[in-house]
Design a protein around this ligand. Structure first.
Ligand SMILES: [Zn+2]
Length: 359
């Protein structure tokens, strides 16, 4: 019963004559060429091969009554069907290689694909912080006049921060500084003037130095004051240094850094200079007419300065009858504010890229 069913299934067509079989073989080859070469992937290719030349495929189906033919007919049909089978296998192999190569190429293509229509990734171009940029600009300017850049510690002894600068313990100026004191008696320096002393202790005149760095004062934070700020100290010591040297160099400095057109010097008191001065520039916010920033004076103080006090020279054992000098201390953050018309100092320290990227 099973056997009969098998035969039924394998013999859906009427029995074919030998010429019909040869004809069908040719038709199978044509189909094979079409079906195999039309396969889109390896799965389809394999299933087409099974359909054509598998155990229960078309080829087997056509040959199912070959046993009833003469030996001569069997020989011709057998050889022809072998030939067709080989050709089908040949087509299969070629197509298989083609599909494998194509999928590999597609993989490579996808892996290396660059889609030129996708918007690019914006890369933020970095630059130095405005304070650093102006410090570097100032350092270049002073270097061009033969000034050397020196540094000192941010945590100082009271001696270097006050005493050697002619500010004795009972001096009212010590209150003015509003200093942070550490428990061990040291102070986060209140100005870079301490570097003057350290430099004059180590080196003999002639001296031309600038000392940029951070300073600390016990200040309430507002638009123009922070508890930490940047200062640049300058010191020039030589024979025959005069007030006019100070004046000339500092006027050039504010012209170079701030484009200042109008300047003035006012007498001021600082214990470590005699005479002491303040260099003011005309207010760039109001053009000298008076505004909130210049407190309606039309002038903005930018560089406290003066001739080195003979008592300071005594501390560092420089003979004040032979040498004279001038010193100045620029509040650097203030210079940056004036240069870029920034009305709130805190903006420079908040790390806000919306602000910083404008420079
Ligand atoms: Zn003003």
């Amino acid at each position: 019963m099973e056997k009969e069913n098998e035969i039924q299934r394998n013999a859906p067509h009427a029995l074919l004559s030998p010429p019909e079989i040869l004809n069908s073989l040719g038709k199978i080859f044509e189909d094979a060429d079409h079906l195999l070469n039309g396969s889109k992937d390896l799965n389809e290719l394999d299933s087409q091969l099974r359909f054509l030349a598998g155990k229960k495929g078309k080829l087997t189906e056509i040959l199912h009554n070959i046993h009833s033919f003469t030996p001569e007919e069997k020989k011709i049909i057998g050889s022809e069907s072998n030939e067709i089978k080989k050709k089908i296998e040949g087509i299969y192999k070629n197509k298989k290689n083609e599909l494998i190569n194509a999928s590999h190429n597609e993989y490579l293509l996808n892996r290396n694909r660059i889609d030129l229509t996708i918007p690019g990734v914006y890369i933020e171009r970095l630059h130095t912080h405005p304070i650093t940029a102006v410090l570097e600009e100032a350092a270049d300017f002073f270097s061009s006049m033969g000034f050397e850049i020196v540094e000192g510690p941010e945590i100082e002894t009271a001696y270097y921060n006050f005493d050697a600068l002619n500010i004795p313990p009972n001096h009212p100026a010590r209150d003015v500084w509003d200093t942070f004191y550490l428990l061990n008696g040291l102070v986060p320096r209140t100005h870079t003037s301490s570097v003057q002393i350290r430099t004059m202790e180590k080196k003999s005149p002639p001296l031309r130095v600038i000392a940029p760095g951070r300073c600390y004062r016990y200040e309430a934070v507002d638009a123009t004051h922070l508890f930490m700020f940047n200062q640049m100290e300058g010191l020039f010591v030589d024979k025959n240094v005069r007030l006019t040297d100070l004046k000339g160099i500092l006027e050039e400095t504010v012209k170079y850094l701030l484009g200042a057109k109008k300047t003035r010097f006012r007498p001021a008191f600082y214990p470590f200079v005699e005479p002491g001065l303040d260099l003011d520039i005309e207010c760039s916010f109001c053009g000298g007419k008076g505004c909130g920033i210049c407190k309606n004076t039309g002038w903005i103080e930018v560089i406290p300065c003066g001739m080195v006090h003979p008592d300071v020279f005594k501390y560092v054992k420089i003979d004040s009858s032979k040498y004279r000098g001038f010193a100045f201390g620029m509040g650097f953050d203030r210079i940056v504010m004036l240069k870029y018309n920034i009305n709130d100092l805190r903006l420079l320290y908040q790390g806000n890229l919306d602000v910083l990227s404008q420079f």
